[in-house]
Design a protein around this ligand. Structure first.
Ligand code: HEC
Ligand code: HEC
Length: 248
């Protein structure tokens, strides 16, 4: 279950109004300090929700359309609550043991530091690599489109050219050419003047033995960035293969 930004905003506002009393007298805290103030507990839970993209009902017994006062927050029935407790221990260890040991006034790691608003804190490249493995080039196209539709402009996934070209390069160098090319096509749809996309298209076509396509894309890359003179070396190699192929 994912939270939209709008839902997050509503959540922040609504928990302060509709939750009268629920944070006053916690009965089952095993990691958080027992004497935590209601305000702090409330803020911590909001941090859990917004950090992981899970609603209160993701970790606690209750339904989304139920009033929070009717939830059973004490219960440890839900799997994600138990996992979250482990996570909380981990975050405490990171902050209080590891980071304290390297700096007095260190950055505080929070749920959102890793999760960035999603339940499974995978990077875009990892999600796409799984899609490639399961469903090939179609998987890459479909997964990219749906993630971009849902998350573009949020902090959850990095849709930068750097991330996309790293994915294409890794796929191509592992021999997954259709998956790599699917990503390069996406990059060119987004920006037909992308140096990285044309350069990688050229390089991967060269590796696949398609010298015509390789030459075309490398020349375009060079036109976009005339300073990338290293491309001339590859173009010379391509000319050489053309020369060798010509009948004497
Ligand atoms: C990612 C999982 C997760 C989410 C989401 C979450 N919580 Fe919690 N909540 C926990 C865990 C874990 C504890 C127990 C912490 C401990 O053992 O110290 C807890 C404890 C509580 C308690 C104290 C219960 C008691 O009696 O001990 C309340 C109240 C609470 N949460 C309310 C909320 C509300 C309201 C929301 C939604 C804004 C929410 N939580 C979202 C994991 C979550
Ligand atoms: C250092 C990075 C990091 C931090 C900080 C972190 N998590 Fe996680 N969390 C992970 C990773 C990685 C996984 C996925 C584990 C796996 O592969 O099953 C995960 C999994 C989870 C899951 C289970 C999700 C699932 O689909 O099974 C929950 C719930 C969760 N984290 C809650 C939290 C909460 C709440 C906090 C803050 C108290 C937090 N995490 C902080 C890295 C982190």
């Amino acid at each position: 279950m994912r939270l939209s930004l709008i839902f997050c905003t509503l959540l922040v506002l609504s928990t302060s109004y509709a939750s009268a009393g629920i944070f006053d007298d916690p009965k089952n805290l095993k990691v958080l300090p027992e004497n935590i103030s209601p305000e702090e507990l409330s803020a911590t839970m909001r941090g859990f929700s917004i950090g992981t993209g899970l609603r209160c009902s993701g970790c606690h017994v209750g339904e989304d359309d139920q009033k929070l006062t009717e939830y059973d927050f004490e219960s440890d029935e839900k799997e994600y609550k138990k996992k979250a407790r482990k996570m909380l221990e981990m975050v405490n260890a990171i902050n209080n043991e590891h980071l304290d040991a390297i700096a007095e006034d260190h950055v505080q790691v929070q749920c959102v530091t890793c999760h960035r608003g999603v339940q499974e804190p995978k990077l875009l490249g990892q999600v796409l690599a799984e899609a490639a493995e399961d469903n090939g080039a179609d998987g890459v196209r479909e997964t990219y489109a749906s993630l971009k539709e849902e998350y573009y402009g949020t902090h959850s996934y990095d849709f930068s050219e750097f991330t996309l070209s790293s994915f294409a390069r890794t796929q191509g160098l592992s021999g997954n050419m259709p998956e790599a090319m699917a990503m390069l096509d996406i990059m060119l749809e987004e920006n037909s003047e992308s140096f990285q996309a044309h350069f990688l298209y050229g390089e991967l076509s060269f590796i696949s033995g398609d010298m015509v396509l390789a030459k075309e894309h490398l020349l375009t890359a060079l036109k976009i960035n005339p300073k990338a003179v290293f491309i001339n070396r590859r173009l010379k190699e391509i000319e050489e293969t053309f020369r060798l192929k010509k009948p004497v």
